[in-house]
Design a protein around this ligand. Structure first.
Ligand SMILES: C[S@@+](CC[C@H](N)C(=O)[O-])C[C@H]1O[C@@H](n2cnc3c(N)ncnc32)[C@H](O)[C@@H]1O
Length: 401
């Protein structure tokens, strides 16, 4: 894959589809669906069509559907061309025997350790950014027989990480790596052949990691998640020419993948979305309104999968509102169903672009590293079944070996 060419292609795609990326299908057909004459086509897709699009991939499905309008087909073609360009790391890494980890996490860690051994055989130190409970930090340190430092802002996680690491040459530091006054990464003593890494280093951590790596002449392995977790109102591209993306749309790059279930597992449910919508309607009857997502404040998201009547009662109780009547519950559920059916169909072109947006963010970071002298790549490191957030930015500082 030619990094600069793919970067230019994905930027052109996102520029042509910017209005789609910027506007969700929340209350009726969005202007982009109306102006492109996609509205009738989208709204008349059957449930079976949607299920197929979910499992085959939306762009694949649009391309196979003879009724798809030509302009939507062209967008699907361009999206697929970009998303299939990212190389998949071949083969299956040797399995790891970490009984305390979920099967998914084991798959992620096995792939990371394999890549580290193959790509960075001569490191002097690993710095794990957003180390969490330090599982990856400790395993990477022992797999490569090098000391490691884990930065984590949550002191409770740091305490667990220290206990779990035992006698390994690994230390954990409680720090906010984004703090401009402390700049903890840049405060590390100079050292050649260092690797800055993060498994699911969320939001702004990705940009902080690659810019610090360039300043420190360190190599990079970064897998992103939750790109919307940024402090500012927008993310500015690291490489000139890339789009500035408002915070509220960055979450599109975190779209769940229904094809991402492990074998024998139930695919992630979409029903919870409908439940949350019904809850908004129900709370509106009690005089409440707020931004999307606010309705779940203080509630356990997993409970949104429960029967709506049970969830609705718990939600009203949590807010100190009177218990909803059966009629109120039925009215909210009915309205939510109708809205959800339309929204799900109208959202398809925008959801399709989620992976392209995620790829843009990874390419922007990789190209930034390349422009600073790195040997940089973007790879799909493990199957989406281990985690749909599987894009790795790999940057080898030339002095590393
Ligand atoms: C998604 S978790 C990943 C944890 C770990 N890398 C793993 O894969 O198990 C992201 C972690 O980054 C930490 N984090 C987020 N922002 C941070 C910051 N600014 N400084 C330090 N840690 C941060 C969070 O507290 C969380 O533990």
């Amino acid at each position: 894959m030619d990094l600069a060419r793919t970067h230019a292609r994905v930027i052109a795609l996102l520029a042509d589809a910017r209005d789609i990326v910027l506007t969700r299908a929340e209350s009726g057909p969005p202007p982009w669906a109306v102006s492109r004459l996609w509205q009738d086509y989208l709204l008349t897709r059957s449930e079976a069509d949607l299920d197929r699009a979910d499992t085959e991939g939306i762009s694949n499905w649009f391309l196979r559907d003879p009724a798809c309008p030509p302009s939507l087909r062209e967008l699907a073609e361009r999206t697929l061309a970009v998303t299939t360009l990212i190389p998949v790391v071949p083969g299956t890494p040797p399995p790891v025997d970490f009984p305390s980890m979920s099967v998914r996490k084991r798959g992620q860690v096995a792939a990371i350790l394999h890549l580290l051994r193959e790509s960075f055989p001569a490191l002097s130190e690993i710095v794990d950014v957003g180390a969490g409970r330090g599982h990856v930090t400790a395993r990477a340190s022992s797999a490569l027989s090098v000391p490691a430092v884990g930065f984590e802002r949550d002191p409770e996680r740091v305490a667990v990480a220290r206990t779990l690491a035992g006698d390994l040459p690994v230390r954990f530091i409680t720090a906010d790596v984004l703090s401009p006054s402390d700049a903890p990464l840049l405060s590390l003593p100079p050292r050649p052949d260092r690797l800055l890494m993060a498994l699911h280093g969320c939001g702004e951590l990705g940009d902080a990691l690659v810019t610090a790596a360039v300043a420190m002449k360190a190599s990079v392995l970064h897998l992103a998640c939750c790109p919307q977790k940024i402090r500012g109102r927008a993310r500015h591209a690291l490489v000139p020419g890339g789009p500035t993306l408002p915070r509220e749309i960055l979450g599109l790059a975190n779209v769940p993948s229904r094809t991402a279930a492990l074998e024998g597992e139930r695919p992630p449910t979409l029903a919870s979305k409908k439940t949350r919508l019904a809850l908004r309607y129900l709370l509106a009857v009690r005089g409440w309104s707020g931004p999307v997502g606010e309705e779940m404040r203080g509630l356990n998201r997993r409970k949104a999968d429960a029967e709506f009547a049970v969830f609705a009662k718990a939600a009203c109780q949590a807010r100190g509102f009177p218990e909803p009547t059966p009629d109120e519950i039925a009215a909210a559920a009915g309205k939510a169903h109708a809205t959800y059916v339309a929204q799900r169909r109208l959202a398809m072109p925008r959801s399709m672009l989620g992976r392209a947006l995620e790829i843009f963010l990874a390419l922007d970071r990789a190209l930034y590293l390349r422009n600073h002298g790195y040997d940089a790549r973007v790879l799909q490191l493990f199957p989406a079944a281990c985690s749909p957030r599987n894009l790795a930015v790999l940057g080898r500082w030339p002095g590393v070996d």
